[in-house]
Design a protein around this ligand. Structure first.
Ligand SMILES: *[C@@H]1O[C@H](CO)[C@@H](O)[C@H](O)[C@H]1NC(C)=O
Ligand SMILES: *[C@@H]1O[C@H](CO)[C@@H](O)[C@H](O)[C@H]1NC(C)=O
Ligand SMILES: *[C@@H]1O[C@H](CO)[C@@H](O)[C@H](O)[C@H]1NC(C)=O
Ligand SMILES: *[C@@H]1O[C@H](CO)[C@@H](O)[C@H](O)[C@H]1NC(C)=O
Length: 308
């Protein structure tokens, strides 16, 4: 990397809010200025070149490499944050997802989720989230699932870090491949569901819905100790985007019972009184479902009729 001077410019670009494209521009230009001038040197792209189009297209492997090098070599939180955002944006493109993996970028980004600085942690989680929309990348990212779970389930409620972590965990459960890693966190997941605000609830439900589609997770979900206040999520006044997802969760779990008849037989022995299984198949829940049949929303009504 160029001298402190170049890094200073990079930082200045960020502080001024000029954005990632300008930032990359400085990064590459700084490098070029330091290089001996020769005939093979192509003219630097103008700022317009980099900002006019979608800049993320412009980032080639060479620039991504520089960005990763910068991530490893600086401790300036402002620069780290900017570099993570740029990397996350470029990882919205599937070719870049592969390039970043091949450059060994995932462990570099992954190490930053341990940052004591919450803004850096959040941006690292966001970047990993975009990188995770790729099966091969998920194979590498899965080593961070435990750490992200710890952060999400014991960190501050409804925080930006918690949301970023939840989004990443949701993307990591899009297939069944890594869902078994969530088994020991199911009770925590329900805890955040009940304690979180509306936005948090919706994100947690997306995660739970993915888990509940997998019959291999049904036992863990049914056996989770869940506070009885869970059933208040089935009240008629609950926001539709929460209510419909709770009902879909119920529907998915019902389907698991249908495909695995012995689950019910085993349930009496396996599940404790305060478990999700007892909540869902108890009297109170049945009454709530009965009441929801008269819900004004057609989608809710339809779901309830499928379940009951
Ligand atoms: C954390 O990083 C942000 C964003 O770069 C920075 O503004 C802030 O000062 C850092 N906080 C600490 C405690 O270092
Ligand atoms: C991630 O990708 C989405 C598009 O899929 C994009 O909108 C977002 O800005 C990207 N960046 C980060 C840091 O999440
Ligand atoms: C992954 O997460 C992002 C951001 O939350 C989201 O936009 C995207 O749809 C997710 N991908 C999949 C396959 O679920
Ligand atoms: C997980 O949820 C996403 C949308 O949030 C969906 O696209 C995906 O198919 C789900 N995967 C599973 C295994 O349920």
């Amino acid at each position: 990397m160029g001298g402190a001077r170049d890094v200073g410019w990079v930082a200045a670009g960020l502080v001024l809010g000029v954005g990632a494209c300008y930032y990359i521009y400085r990064l590459t230009r700084g490098q070029r200025r330091g290089a001996p001038r020769g005939p093979r040197l192509r003219p630097s792209p103008s700022i317009e070149d980099l900002t006019d189009c979608s800049c993320d297209d412009v980032l080639n492997a060479e620039q991504l490499k520089k960005l990763l090098y910068l991530l490893e070599s600086t401790e300036d939180p402002g620069i780290l944050e900017g570099a993570l955002v740029t990397l996350g944006n470029s990882a919205a493109f599937s070719t870049n997802q592969a390039i970043i993996r091949e450059l060994g970028g995932i462990p570099i980004v992954g190490s930053m989720i341990a940052s004591p600085n919450d803004s850096i942690k959040e941006k690292a989680l966001n970047a990993l989230n975009n990188l995770s929309v790729n099966v091969e990348n998920q194979e590498i990212i899965k080593v961070y699932i435990d750490q992200v779970c710890e952060d999400v389930f014991s960190g501050p409620l409804n925080s930006a870090v918690q949301m970023a972590g939840l989004r990443l965990l949701t993307n990591m459960t899009v297939t069944n491949d890594h869902q078994h890693m969530f088994k020991s966190y199911i009770t925590d997941i329900f805890h955040v569901l009940l304690a979180g605000n509306g936005i948090t609830k919706v994100q947690v439900l997306k995660l739970l819905l993915n888990l509940s589609e997998n019959p291999a997770m049904a036992e863990g979900l049914f056996g989770a100790q869940v506070d009885a206040s869970f059933l208040s999520l089935c009240d008629s006044h609950v926001a539709k985007e929460v209510l419909l997802r709770v009902l879909t969760l119920f529907q998915n779990l019902n389907n698991c019972v249908k495909t695995d008849g012995s689950l019910v037989l085993r349930s009496t022995f396996m599940f404790h009184k305060g478990s999700l299984f007892f909540l869902l198949y108890g009297q109170e829940c049945a009454q709530k479902m009965k009441a929801l049949v008269n819900h004004p929303d057609a989608d809710v009504k339809e779901k309830v009729l499928i379940i009951t």
